[in-house]
Ligand binder design. Structure first.
Ligand SMILES: Nc1ncnc2c1ncn2[C@@H]1O[C@H](COP(=O)(O)OP(=O)(O)OP(=O)(O)O)[C@@H](O)[C@H]1O
Ligand SMILES: [Mg+2]
Length: 256
């Protein structure tokens, strides 16, 4: 794939925290509609790469092109409006608001215009209500719509965060460990929701990080292996998960 064909193009990206290099020399092209899993042991740099793509961290080096535009210095709010939505490894929600209101805020935040989201916050807007109801149904949260987010169990908190990304109806979903810390049942439901999105919305680009093989094989058609801040393999799920380097990298991280 050339960078001209890709929706997301990461070129020579590095990010250091203080003096410590977390990722370096990252070149990655992702086409529209691709479903990519980024795997690698703890500390490999997966979340840092997500953070640089989503505008949360400014790369120390390199550039990021999204949808034909250089977005390297864009803040997350501008990227969200351009069609890039993300979830975090540890869910970020408005705890004192209901599930439904969290979704209304998320749906409003992705709208165009220069103002802050609260300028266009409108609980009565039928278009917003429709989107919120769709996201609730897709993630099986309809029964919890009026519950305060702070009172949700861990699995439901992660599910709500996924719903907050989905409700934005983005071009790209960046999902950082969408099933981490979930019970088996919650993880299964999340995988079902993701499979449903991939089936019903073929144009949506999905990039996930995951340690969970069930998620990887259910969602991804391409797997990128990171280790020590670099991309070391890129191929089909079978190629990458069956590769000797993958086994070495995971084993090394356990014994190292
Ligand atoms: N805010 C930060 N400040 C300093 N160092 C950081 C920060 N965030 C990450 N790091 C370091 O950067 C490296 C990459 O971390 P990152 O969280 O991106 O890895 P990861 O692949 O997402 O790991 P995990 O599988 O545990 O989520 C690690 O060495 C980590 O300690
Ligand atoms: Mg991480």
């Amino acid at each position: 794939m050339t960078s001209a064909e890709s929706l997301i193009s990461v070129r020579g990206v590095a990010k250091s925290y203080g003096g410590v290099l977390a990722i370096s020399d990252i070149d990655l092209d992702i086409a529209q509609g691709e479903r990519v899993a980024i795997i690698g042991p703890n500390g490999a740099g997966k979340s840092t790469l997500f953070g640089t793509i989503a505008g949360e961290h400014r790369p120390t080096k390199g550039r990021i092109v999204f949808d034909g535009r250089d977005v390297t210095s864009w803040p997350p709010s501008r990227l969200t409006k351009a069609g890039l939505s993300r979830t975090f490894q540890v869910a970020r929600l408005f705890g004192s608001m209901t599930v439904r209101d969290n979704l209304i805020v998320a749906a409003t935040a992705c709208r165009g215009g220069q103002g802050a989201w609260w300028d266009s916050f409108d609980k009565q807007d039928p278009a917003v209500i429709e989107r919120v109801d769709r996201a609730l149904g897709r993630t099986s949260l309809t029964g919890l719509a009026d519950q305060e987010a702070a009172t949700l169990a861990q699995g439901a908190r992660k599910t709500l965060e996924l719903a907050m990304a989905i409700v934005q109806e983005p071009k790209v979903l960046l999902l950082d460990e969408p099933t981490a810390g979930m019970s088996l049942d919650d993880a299964r439901a999340t995988i079902q929701a993701l499979v449903g999105i991939c089936r019903d919305q073929p144009d949506v680009t999905v990039v996930i990080t995951a340690h969970d093989m069930d998620v990887i094989f259910a969602v991804a058609e391409r797997v990128v292996l990171m280790a020590q801040g670099k991309v070391v393999l890129d191929g089909t799920p079978d190629e990458v998960t069956g590769h000797a380097i993958t086994h070495e990298v995971y084993l090394g991280s356990k014994h190292g």
